[in-house]
Design a protein. Structure first.
Ligand SMILES: [Zn+2]
Length: 421
């Protein structure tokens, strides 16, 4: 099936600046690629509860959250993707909700006991680091911001924490960030880069980004030695992991949709005060609106950890580029992908952009990103329609949409993960 969408006028989705590429007007820019190879058709899933005594130190079903309150919780959910592949269909058919034999109790116990599982405090702002050498803890921090904590290192993906009026608060601000080792920027629009220079100045973190992004960071006071420009094609080595930069493409949204959406959103809320307008304008100035961001300034990043675990980050949902297609062909799938689900208010229109990207990278675990409100520009997008489309197209992929700051704790060698508080 081929779905296409033609737009008479295209624009950048953040700031309403029309793209300079006049040829884009007639480009067919949304479409399903050829169906990807599916390793195995298997739709059964399983879910287990970890040993409650190990996880819940409060009475069963009740857990103390870090902000002092008691939170009624279900036990964390544990998944293991690779064990599905190792377990025969017959076994699963006979006992579809049984614990697959290859899912190690040791791994589950390790995850359940991990100090990051039971806290909403990111490692960057003083929370614990994951315990196991092969444990990775991932947190969504609004928009396309994420934190990866790994072996006492903090990697931030984008940083826009001071989000201004009418945006849902994250529970912390940029000044709360105490530590970061590496900051990765997907592109230089304000909603991805605004707080990177300040955090990097304070923490000494190395900043990776497209040349436009690193130029912006330097203009905000970072030294040449603190930034690494990645135009796509670079392979960079860090402590325990490598990063491959892949030239991606920013999202393209029909101008007429955005022009009609903005007043509709404004009509559904009380007007911004003068002070709020000023605050919003100041925040939106912390980044670039250079039209080259669309084609040259948007980078996808592939992390490969030394245990073989691969994580893909793509912070804008635009067309698939040739370098991405090449990289994905070489990879044959990643373990975890964070791919933007953002922009179109109609789910089917956005699925037509995001699903092909998910199909391209064939992740074991998929996390959407950028699907929350940016006041006056975007509204929250429900993730269920996308997740159902992914379930149909990629039955091996587990889609999860954790809340702000909720830990996703992954045992990288086995692919087992647990979603915490
Ligand atoms: Zn953008």
């Amino acid at each position: 099936m081929l779905t296409t969408h033609r737009s008479p006028r295209l624009t950048d989705n953040q700031d309403g600046i029309p793209t300079s590429a006049s040829s884009a007007a007639d480009n067919v820019y949304l479409g399903y690629p050829k169906p990807v190879r599916l390793r195995r058709q298997m739709r059964l899933s399983t879910e287990i509860a970890p040993r409650s005594a190990a996880v819940l130190r409060s009475p069963p079903g009740v857990r103390r959250n870090l902000y002092g309150g008691l939170l009624t919780m279900h036990a964390p959910r544990t998944y293991n993707r690779r064990s599905f592949l190792k377990t025969s269909t017959a076994t699963l058919a006979a006992a579809p909700f049984a614990l697959p034999g290859s899912l190690s109790a040791q791994v589950v116990d390790g995850l359940a006991d991990d100090p990051t599982l039971n806290t909403l405090v990111p490692t960057a702002i003083g929370g614990p680091a994951p315990q196991g050498a092969d444990t990775l803890t991932l947190r969504w921090l609004g928009c396309a911001n994420h934190e990866i904590a790994f072996r006492d290192q903090v990697i931030l993906l984008d940083a826009w924490y001071d989000r201004g009026p009418r945006n849902r608060p994250l529970g912390f601000g940029p000044d709360d960030v105490q530590r970061a080792d590496v900051i990765i920027n997907g592109h230089a629009h304000f909603d991805h880069i605004a707080d990177i220079p300040g955090i990097a100045r304070r923490t000494g973190a190395t900043v990776l980004g497209a040349p436009l992004s690193t130029e912006y960071a330097r203009s905000e006071g970072l030294s040449d030695g603190q930034v690494l420009a990645t135009a796509g094609g670079e392979h960079l080595e860090f402590n325990g992991f490598t990063v491959d930069a892949i030239l991606a493409h920013h999202s393209l949204l029909p101008r007429e949709v955005l022009d009609k959406l903005a007043p509709a959103l404004a009509a559904d809320m009380s007007p911004l005060s003068e002070q709020e307008q000023q605050q919003q304008a100041e925040i939106r100035a912390r980044g670039l609106s250079d039209p080259r961001i669309i084609t040259e300034g948007t980078i996808a990043y592939l992390f490969t950890f030394d245990n073989g675990f691969r994580l893909l980050y793509r912070n804008s949902a635009g067309p698939i580029t040739d370098p991405e297609r090449q990289a994905a062909t070489d990879l044959g799938g990643v373990d975890l992908a964070i791919i933007a689900y953002q922009g179109h208010p109609v789910a089917e229109s956005q699925i037509a952009v995001t699903l092909p990207l998910v199909q391209l990278y064939q992740p074991g675990i998929y996390l959407p990103t950028h699907h929350d409100t940016i006041a006056g520009t975007f509204t929250d997008i429900a993730t269920e329609p996308l997740f159902m489309a992914i379930r149909d197209a990629l039955p091996e992929t587990r889609s999860i949409s954790p809340l702000y700051r909720t830990p996703v704790v992954v045992d990288m060698p086995s692919g087992t993960f647990m979603v915490g508080v």
